[in-house]
Design a protein around this ligand. Structure first.
Ligand SMILES: [Zn+2]
Length: 265
């Protein structure tokens, strides 16, 4: 929504909305003040589970409605010279459906861009605007597309396009006007959690759902090379121990970390 000229009262399309207190716990604030709807937007099958699988499982266990958008079908994710991208896309979409079901989320939506070729452009932004207007999530979880340093192009572009879809496009009716043909109203989520971030300021204790997260990751059979639940847990414990010894005193497999973004409306 653009700022009204001086002298005119500001009108809100969210007269009932209670603003989120930045000092409170984000998930508790949202649960107290808004419908429990989340949209998860990532680039490849397995991105969501590795970065946020515990948080997604926790939200679902707490009664949230969680939809998941994947911008590619991960059709480059193999070293096997015999595998075609078409075949791999089918396999990985099935794995993502299984992982979403394990977490308790709805069946994922695949936007079908080729792995490695996600563009941060008006087409992707419009597709994401439509998903936001369709699902009306109060919380969006996506990649931190602004993280400095080395990053996967698809992660960066998916994160930035999601950010741009949320503000201002999805909430202003003159953007992507064909959505009106589907009776989709403008909408602005209240908050984002950015994954794969450098300076995390929000941490989710995923202890109660750690096994669900592991099982959701292991549903990506084509990517995990036969690892078991126990091996995965041990690998995470070992990595966290090494990170703590290297000075990251909070490193733990039992928490997921994000940058928190609160959006006023
Ligand atoms: Zn990825």
């Amino acid at each position: 929504m653009t700022t009204p000229p001086a002298g005119q009262p500001r009108t809100s399309r969210y007269p009932e909305a209670q603003n989120i207190d930045p000092a409170g716990d984000l998930l508790e604030e949202l649960e107290a003040k808004a419908p429990k709807r989340a949209l998860v937007v990532f680039a490849h099958p397995d991105d969501a589970e590795f970065t946020s699988g515990g948080t997604i499982a926790l939200l679902c266990a707490r009664g949230w409605d969680v939809n998941m958008v994947v911008t590619t079908s991960g059709n480059k994710g193999t070293k096997d010279p015999e595998v075609t991208p078409q075949y791999l896309a089918g396999v990985r979409e099935d794995e993502q459906r299984a992982a979403a079901a394990i977490c308790g989320a709805h069946e994922p939506i695949f936007l079908g861009f080729p792995d490695g070729y996600v563009q941060e452009d008006d087409e992707l932004r419009g597709l994401l605007v439509r998903q936001i207007r369709l699902h009306r999530p109060e919380l969006v979880i996506t990649w931190d597309g602004f993280r400095p340093g080395f990053n996967h192009r698809d992660h960066r572009n998916t994160g930035r396009a999601t950010y741009d879809a949320i503000y201002p496009a999805a909430d202003d009716h003159l953007y992507y006007t064909l959505d009106k043909d589907e009776d989709l109203e403008p909408f602005r989520p209240q908050a984002m959690l950015l994954a794969g971030t450098r300076d995390a300021d929000y941490h989710v204790d995923i202890t109660p759902v750690i096994r669900t997260k592991v099982r959701a990751i292991l549903a990506h059979v084509s990517q995990i090379h036969g690892r078991t639940e126990e091996q995965t847990m041990q690998m995470w414990e070992d990595r966290a121990k090494a990170a703590r010894e290297a000075g990251d005193e909070n490193a733990s497999p039992y928490r997921e970390s994000f940058t928190k973004v609160i959006l006023r409306r």
